[in-house]
Design a protein around this ligand. Structure first.
Ligand code: BGC
Ligand code: BGC
Length: 820
């Protein structure tokens, strides 16, 4: 923002008396638009376009207007629905793909884009036929499409500190989006994350508002092109959406969708900082945040959306909500929320709720709850953006420039930009003379992240969580191992891959790739700043290699700075690779180069312990070049400063409940046995439990149920859990289970909540017997998930024998059971 006005923070510090009293006391979500910078909106709509908009508005029915302000998800809407309800937009959420296939090949995306376009412009059933726009989360490249270039996630780009690079990435991403026919990306994320416990930290460029502000407009320009009156769709561009307005990265304790308990000055100067630049760059749309400021949800925050963003800051595009976020506004449900429109939202992202929302909004428009002027303004804003795209003249998606040029997906020139970005994003935290490595040497590559493209790409990659994928899903991409192997081979050296570090030939040096596994949104929220317990295995590998006298280079994949005391002390060199994406070769480029050095600098401070508010080990902008002369290493603290490790949504693993979880066998009433040691007999001998082998020896528990009444096998946390966010986000309980006999009577997976969950899913008698498989039950099956005491219960009255190895929250399974 860096406006000419005196920063409120400074004013508060020195002379509270001159600040309006409201501003000082504001702890109730009241904003003071006049305290925000005034920005000039650069986009001009010519008189002819305005006349056309007025003419369309005059001819549109209220039904068409209501349809125009609603966006549905392609998993829950058909072209026929779009035609009938005149919907203004569709999106593909992280787990949605054309014709039910999230991994559908590129031509299918274009085919469906044509089908939706045709439906929206089909006037046979009446209506003016306004073409729809399709929004997609192309957040690090066109990241829902198999074969597209995947750029490093934003936290890594922040470390590169190169605004020109950002604009080139934006342009390459726009070109790839245009190939498959979408017009709109929900990017860039211009959040300014302040607490790395937040699961979306990696979506932000930096915790430094100034750095985010230097990048944000460049990404918008790369995606949308310059503001010059030329239709975006005539050029290689798409519509951008900056998100999430406002202070998504400022929530209390880094909780996703939480509350930013900060002052208006912090809101403006930290989280608002990138908005001046993006408005000046003419960003077409802004997405509101799931989160709230001082208790008021952003999707219903009139002060910030209407008075600040559209009023004071002059934003002339349209505002879209986030995924059913309107349902979180006070007094709203997913099915009804006039409050959002009244607050200044112009389009509802109503993925699966669009139909009831349409019906309620239509009734509210007819009854005057929603004034005609506000609805007209929302529609006019959407039409203005559509005209700016040139949508009315562009023809069907497949007829537009770049459409169907599939070789542009993952094109060599785009991959080259991504590879450059990977190299520039690497941050060197330690080098005791081991780097650069000699490419002609014998190199061992170890660590569970070394040859895993999904792992190095993180969330929002092909699937929402970036999970359930193998290297085969990434044609044309290179793993970190692949890049090292090629570089070493080329120089006449020898590389060997051994994830567990057990080599066949003694190497000259080892590279150990370790770190976080993929996650998105709240699934990545942490309680403390440390790796989850299933992610620390490679540390033992590093220690073993060191004990054998082999120099170790640690390469960390991570979406955020985490406490890594032991890894830093153990390895001879430590490189933060963030989430580099499809061009893993960019890592080898720097590890083996005697000339390139390391230019990346921390985009967020690196912590000394796992405490979120603990001391900083390496400050923002820290990073070695690799050319420093290394003195003796002063060991860093290995004390995490915190007690427990997160369960990470895992209830039960390798046959044992996670910390603070317990496993029970009961009759659904008073007779309840907690399973601690096995073998064990419960319910008067009606059930026996014993250990069986699964992933690891004795990594499962077998339950032999003899029937004769209700039997429940359940997992419960200490206290209860609120799983509302998970239930909105297509999350399931996923059990790794083996049926040793088919259920004799009806068997169901249910849940128990204080507020009374209902529903669940039946276990089909036809599930394969004698074979481990993962079975998922969508949390949506259970209804209200606020106060969940037993999120996983298997209940039957008959005989059956089954074994359980793992139960966790997840998003993919071999069998997804329908709700019943
Ligand atoms: C996320 C947004 C995303 C949208 C559509 C939401 O849950 O918060 O960032 O654009 O879904 O997938
Ligand atoms: C969708 C995402 C969305 C999330 C909201 C998921 O099911 O695939 O796009 O962001 O739900 O929590």
């Amino acid at each position: 923002m860096r406006s000419g006005a005196l920063p409120i923070v400074a004013m508060l510090a020195c002379a509270t008396a001159i600040v309006s009293p409201g501003l000082v006391a504001a702890q109730n979500g009241i904003v003071h638009p006049e305290a925000w910078p005034k920005i000039a909106w650069p986009v001009r709509t010519d008189a002819a376009a305005e006349r056309r908009i007025a003419d369309l508005l005059a001819r549109m029915t209220v039904e068409e207007k209501v349809g125009q302000v609603i966006q549905a998800d392609i998993a829950s809407v058909t072209p026929e629905d779009v035609k009938r309800y005149h919907l203004g937009s569709v999106l593909n959420g992280g787990n949605s793909g054309p014709y039910g296939d999230d991994l559908a090949p590129a031509p299918k995306w274009l085919e469906l884009a044509d089908a939706f376009y045709a439906a929206s412009t089909d006037r046979s059933g009446g209506g003016v036929g306004i073409p729809l726009i399709w929004g997609t989360d192309a957040v690090h490249g066109h990241s829902n499409i198999v074969g597209a270039t995947l750029f490093p996630h934003n936290v890594g780009l922040g470390a590169a500190n190169d605004p020109d690079l950002i604009q080139r990435i934006g342009a390459a991403t726009a070109a790839e989006i245009r190939v498959t026919g979408q017009e709109w990306t929900f990017a860039p994320t211009i959040t300014v994350p302040q607490d790395a416990r937040w699961g979306r930290t990696y979506e932000g460029y930096s915790s430094d508002p100034a750095l985010v502000a230097r990048y944000a407009d460049r990404m918008v320009l790369g995606l949308q092109g310059p503001v010059n009156g030329k239709p975006m769709l005539k050029g290689p561009y798409v519509l951008a959406s900056t998100k999430h307005f406002l202070a998504d990265g400022g929530t209390f304790e880094g909780r996703d969708q939480g509350d930013a308990k900060i002052t208006e000055a912090q809101l403006r100067d930290i989280h608002g900082a990138p908005y001046g630049p993006v408005i000046r760059a003419g960003v077409g749309t802004v997405m509101t945040s799931f989160s709230s400021w001082q208790g008021v949800k952003m999707a219903g925050n009139k002060g910030l959306v209407t008075d600040v963003l559209k009023g004071r800051m002059g934003f002339g595009g349209f505002v879209v909500t986030d995924w059913n976020a309107h349902g979180q506004v006070a007094g709203c449900t997913n099915a009804s929320c006039p409050q959002a429109l009244l607050a200044g939202v112009d389009m509802y992202m109503a993925p699966d709720s669009w139909k009831p929302l349409y019906n309620s909004l239509l009734a509210q428009a007819k009854s005057g709850v929603v004034p005609a002027a506000r609805l007209d303004d929302a529609v006019a804003r959407i039409l203005r953006v559509k005209m700016r795209l040139g949508l009315f003249e562009a023809g069907k998606p497949s007829s537009r420039p770049l459409s169907g040029q599939y070789k542009l997906l993952g094109a060599p020139e785009h991959r080259a930009i991504a590879r450059e970005a990977v190299g520039k994003s690497l941050v060197l935290l330690k080098n005791q003379g081991v780097l650069p490595l000699k490419p002609g040497a014998s190199i061992l590559v170890a660590g569970d992240g070394a040859d895993d493209i999904a792992r190095q790409s993180g969330g929002w990659t092909l699937t929402w969580q970036g999970t359930g994928l193998t290297n085969a899903n990434f044609p044309g991409a290179t793993s970190i191992w692949g890049g090292i192997d090629a570089a070493v081979k080329k120089a006449g050296g020898k590389a060997q891959l051994a994830p567990d570090g057990r080599f066949t030939t003694r190497p000259d040096a080892a590279i150990v790739v370790f770190g976080e596994t993929p996650y998105a949104e709240f699934q990545g929220d942490l309680k403390t700043l440390q790796l989850r317990s299933d992610q620390v295995g490679p540390l033992a590998t590093m220690k073993r290699l060191k004990a054998q006298g082999i120099p170790v280079v640690a390469v960390m994949l991570t979406g955020r700075p985490l406490f890594t005391g032991e890894e830093l002390n153990t390895a001879d060199a430590f490189v933060v690779a963030w989430l580099p994406g499809s061009e893993g070769a960019g890592v080898a480029d720097r590890l083996f180069s005697s000339s390139a050095g390391f230019t990346g600098r921390l985009s967020m401070p690196w912590p000394m312990s796992a405490k979120a508010d603990g001391p900083v080990l390496y400050p923002l902008s820290y990073g070695l070049t690799g050319r420093e002369r290394a003195g003796a290493w002063t060991p860093v603290s290995e004390d995490s400063g915190v007690a427990a490790v997160d369960d990470g949504g895992v209830f039960f693993a390798d046959g044992v409940p996670s910390a603070a979880w317990s496993l029970h066998v009961s009759d659904g009433a008073a007779d309840q046995t907690r399973v601690t040691s096995v073998p064990l007999a419960a319910l008067g001998g009606r059930v026996t439990v014993r250990a069986v082998d699964a992933r690891v020896q004795e990594g499962g528990r077998e339950f032999a149920l003899r029937g004769g009444g209700v039997t429940e096998v359940s997992l419960s946390p200490a206290g209860s859990r609120d799983l509302t966010r998970e239930a909105n986000g297509d999350v399931m309980t996923v059990a790794t289970i083996r049926f040793d006999t088919a259920p004799a009577a009806d068997a169901r997976i249910v849940a128990d909540c204080g507020g009374g969950c209902k529903g669940g899913a039946a276990l089909p008698k036809t599930l394969p017997v004698g074979k481990w498989l993962t079975v998922g039950v969508p949390l949506k099956c259970f209804g209200t998930m606020t106060d969940v005491t037993r999120p996983f219960v298997i209940r039957t009255t008959g005989r059956m024998t089954f074994s359980l190895a793992r139960v966790a929250l997840g998003t993919s399974a071999d069998r997804v059971l329908p709700c019943s």
